[in-house]
Design a protein around this ligand. Structure first.
Ligand code: HEM
Length: 472
């Protein structure tokens, strides 16, 4: 008995030694792999729950090992990379050296046919469809609709109230902006509730057991899928009835019409249309709401910056007739506001980072990242680096007066997967801030309100603010 135990121990130690030697031979990046399978997942989850992924997980390892280190997350060997050079290398080599690799729960809930799970021709087709609605003249044409949506939202939900929950309110607004302006779908509260349930399971363990987060999220996703299938079929019939082909039905949401046009022409499947509507709603509403909320938090804490921003908007509204809508030219004048927004997203990026998978053995700065390993790039790892941003913890919008090092500021990612809704997000942020500051006096109730990750960062109490309507 003692002998066999001894033998097991010796073989185990030898295996570990061989593994270590092989790793050294391969020159893997430095770092700890933790226990088999579990790896450093507990430390990662704990830090994520406290919204301290950077401070408690990434930063200590950068200090110990440098800008590239290995670990094991969700059962997979993973290399975490930081810094503009690494960002450029990994983000721009999408499809060549790495491919997007989301956790299994995310893919199952967003849908296996959504853009983030696609590469090659399918990715190209979807991206060009999205880009044709989210950039250029199509985006400019959305401005009156976006202004109308913000004004109607403020009239209905803010009115003459004394307190509103800014984050919650903007989230509802962004949800309806995406559904109504891009897809022509009415944004009912019941649909938003279903989306919330799905979101809560996106980074959960993919356990399909009754009562588990993922199980609940999956059920909500099935309901959303069914509702969307009906809408897609209705839109298809409508377009076919009108006989206007691919470009028809624009008044009912250009993007849905484009996708359904692709369906009619056999270019994409019904599942692809549904999965991509779901993905776009997720990609757009929480992220933009968090960006606006953190921008207001920073403005509330920096009255000098607020005064300058307000002046910018008063000059724009002062140059317009009563009731006249904002134009593309007005948006271009909101330069300082966009600096404030970028600086807020630098300090509080709505997306922590995202995963890739190496499709070949990658040789990066003398280290080997073996084929099949995951790569995690993070926004914080670069946004908080004094090499790119002096005194990185100081809020200073003027640092964006000059161009920043490419790939050092990456709230929208980069390379072939750069956020395709970046321009729409910018428009939504600028337009919302314009109407908020010109129509309301406002102040923060709790400037230190904790931020929690659930699973994306959110202000823990929905960010209550005091408001008073201005007399216009
Ligand atoms: C402040 C708001 C937003 C932030 C911070 C943000 C951030 C990001 C980031 C970091 C990525 C890259 C993910 C990766 O590399 O794996 C991304 C991708 C994407 N975003 Fe956004 N996003 C925002 C708003 C939007 C909006 C408004 C839309 C559309 C209506 C949108 C649609 C997408 C899509 C479709 C992708 C996937 C692109 C692809 O895989 O080719 N996002 N976003």
């Amino acid at each position: 008995m003692v002998l066999s135990l001894l033998l097991v121990c010796i073989s185990f130690s030898m295996l570990l030694l061989i593994q270590k030697k092989m790793n050294k031979k391969k020159n893997l990046p430095p770092g700890e792999m933790g226990f088999p399978w579990i790896g450093e997942m507990m430390q990662f989850y704990r830090a994520q729950l406290a919204n301290r992924l950077y401070e408690d997980f990434v930063q200590p390892r950068i200090i110990k090992h440098g800008n590239i280190f290995k670990t094991r997350l969700m059962g997979e060997p993973t290399v975490v990379v930081s810094g503009s050079t690494a960002n450029r290398f990994f983000l721009s080599n999408e499809f060549k050296l790495v491919v997007s690799s989301w956790p299994s729960a995310s893919v199952q809930l967003m849908g296996k046919d959504c853009i983030m799970a696609k590469d090659g021709d399918r990715h190209r087709w979807l991206r060009s469809a999205f880009a044709s609605c989210l950039t250029g003249p199509a985006l400019e044409n959305l401005i009156p609709k976006l202004c109308g949506a913000v004004e109607a939202h403020l009239d209905l939900h803010w009115g003459e109230k004394e307190t509103v929950f800014l984050f919650n309110s903007v989230k509802v607004l962004m949800f309806s902006v995406v559904l109504e302006c891009l897809f022509g779908i009415e944004a009912e509260q019941s649909l938003l509730d279903l989306f919330e349930k799905v979101l809560s399971g996106v980074f959960a363990l993919p356990l399909d057991l009754p009562g588990c987060r993922f199980w609940k999220a999956k059920r909500a996703r099935v309901k959303i899928g069914k509702a969307l299938v009906c809408m897609v079929r209705e839109r298809k019939e409508e377009i076919e009835r009108r006989g206007r082909g691919r470009r028809g039905g624009e008044e009912g949401g250009l993007l849905l019409s484009l996708l359904v046009g692709g369906l009619i022409e056999g270019e994409i499947s019904e599942e692809e249309v549904v999965d991509n509507v779901v993905l776009l709603v997720f990609a757009a509403h929480d992220t933009t709401a968090f960006a606006i909320a953190m921008m207001c938090r920073m403005l509330g804490c920096h009255p000098d910056c607020y005064a300058r921003l307000l002046q910018e908007h008063l000059e724009i509204s002062g140059s317009k007739r009563r009731g006249e809508k904002l134009t593309w030219e007005d948006i271009q004048k909101m330069e300082y506001t966009w600096q404030v927004s970028r600086e807020s997203m630098r300090l509080f990026p709505p997306i922590f980072g995202s995963f890739r998978r190496a499709v070949v053995d990658i040789d990066y700065q003398g280290f080997i990242i073996p084929k099949g390993w995951k790569v995690l790039w993070t926004t914080y790892g670069t946004h908080y680096n004094p090499q790119y941003f002096q005194e990185p913890l100081t809020f200073d919008p003027s640092r964006f007066e000059d161009p920043v090092t490419p790939y050092a500021f990456i709230p929208f990612g980069g390379g072939p997967r750069l956020c395709v809704g970046y321009q729409l997000a910018k428009l939504n942020i600028l337009i919302f801030i314009h109407f908020m500051v010109t129509r309301y006096e406002w102040s923060l109730i709790d400037p230190q309100e904790p931020i929690i990750m659930d699973p994306l960062p959110i202000p823990s109490h929905g960010m209550p603010i005091k408001i008073t309507q201005k007399i216009l």
